[in-house]
Design a protein around this ligand. Structure first.
Ligand code: IPM
Ligand code: MN
Length: 371
């Protein structure tokens, strides 16, 4: 029986549309394979939406997102908006969308892909085999805590890092459950030597861990964790963090992979799951064909895994990406002078290579099932 899937596409700003187009093409190939009828509904968000509708998240975009099986986002943000207050910026549209969709667990895998082992400034013997899954709490902490303000007269600005026990419990459960399917280790990140909110975090995570006796839990202060991630990335399996720490550490962990352009993410636990690559809108390279679409393509794989129960299809995409890298194709961010065999390709070409290898994998799979 063929399945229908309505996916709202909010490609957004900068390189968002370029990389999202390649991810959609990959989902279409999957639809051809397994009969899923994808309905893609394109809606504006971020700077594009401010220009067209005067709001970074128009009501029609939010309605479409809430009425879909999954949302795929490109990126938001642009230099022309840099002087606006936080609530008027393109980023506000993304934060409002996250809040409305309700997903509180943002999964950010960071994998040291073998063909890219010379891309990281870290030595291959440090990164080889590293495979970390960040579980970043996405709806609490400084991003959403009240009060918040900037009083220009008094020269005082204020944000609030706030968590409730329940908010920590629900994201911790996701981290432990995911760890059970991996190497059964959770590292919880906090700053419990200074912050009350981190003491609540640590106590709550410890309490939740009692329900998962097969998973090892350790706690690290965020500053130490930032260092250990670079020194011994293989020691990490699942890393559980609050919102801002997760934002910072996941960009840092891009160093393990070799480029921020490689990192996908998916946010689960709410009404509708939201999928977005970790990289931003990169206005400096928008429209030049230099953007790396692999983060967006791997994000599409996460969408299939977490919103469509299509593990086999998700893995086929991940395998295709690895083979394309093994074949030497590199977007500008992945190019290295030390690698003479590499072939530098554009965003579109990279997407096409993944598409072709994916179709080979699909053909091979169908041939196997035919005998
Ligand atoms: C990310 C981004 C966003 C965040 C911005 C664009 C609001 O940096 O997804 O990591 O801070 O969460
Ligand atoms: Mn970020």
């Amino acid at each position: 029986m063929s399945k229908e899937m309505k996916v709202t596409i909010v490609a957004g700003d900068g390189i968002g549309p370029e990389v999202t187009r390649e991810a959609v093409q990959i989902l279409e190939a999957i639809g051809q394979w397994n009969g899923t009828r994808f309905q893609f509904v394109e809606m504006p968000i971020g700077g594009v939406a401010i220009r067209q509708h005067g709001s970074p998240l128009p009501a029609s975009t939010l309605d479409a997102a809430l009425d879909s099986d999954a949302v795929l986002l490109g990126a938001v943000g642009g230099n022309e908006f840099n002087l606006l207050p936080p609530d008027k910026r393109p980023e506000a549209g993304l934060l409002q969308l996250r809040q409305a969709l309700g997903g509180f667990a943002n999964l950010r895998p960071s994998v040291a892909y073998a063909p890219l082992s010379n891309n990281s400034p870290l030595r291959p013997e440090v990164t080889d085999g590293a495979n970390i899954l960040f579980v970043r709490e996405l709806l609490g902490g400084l991003y959403f805590g009240e009060p918040r303000s900037w009083n220009r007269e008094s020269g005082v600005a204020l944000n609030t890092m706030r968590y409730t026990r329940d908010e920590v419990v629900r994201v911790a459960r996701i981290a432990f459950e995911l760890a059970q399917k991996r190497r059964r280790k959770v590292t919880s990140v906090d700053k419990a030597n200074v912050l009350e909110v981190s003491q609540l975090w640590r106590a709550t995570v410890t309490e939740v861990s009692a329900d998962y006796p097969d998973v090892t839990l350790d706690h690290q202060y965020v500053d130490a964790c930032a260092m250990h991630l670079m020194n011994t990335p293989r020691n990490f399996d699942v890393v559980l963090t609050e919102n801002l720490f997760g934002d910072i550490l996941s960009d840092e962990a891009a160093v393990i992979t070799g480029s921020l352009g490689m990192l996908p993410s998916g946010t689960i636990g709410g009404k509708v799951n939201l999928y977005e690559p970790v990289h931003g809108s990169a206005p400096d390279i928008a429209g030049t064909g230099k953007a790396n679409p692999l983060g967006a393509i791997l994000t599409a794989a996460m969408l299939l895994r977490h919103s469509a129960d299509m593990e086999q299809e998700a893995q086929a995409i991940e395998t295709a990406v690895q083979r394309v890298l093994a074949n030497g194709y590199r977007t500008a961010d992945l190019a290295r002078i030390s690698q003479p065999d590499q072939q530098i390709v554009s965003t579109r070409e990279m997407g096409k290579h993944v598409f072709e290898i994916l179709n080979e994998i699909i053909d091979c799979n169908q041939a196997m099932h035919a005998v």
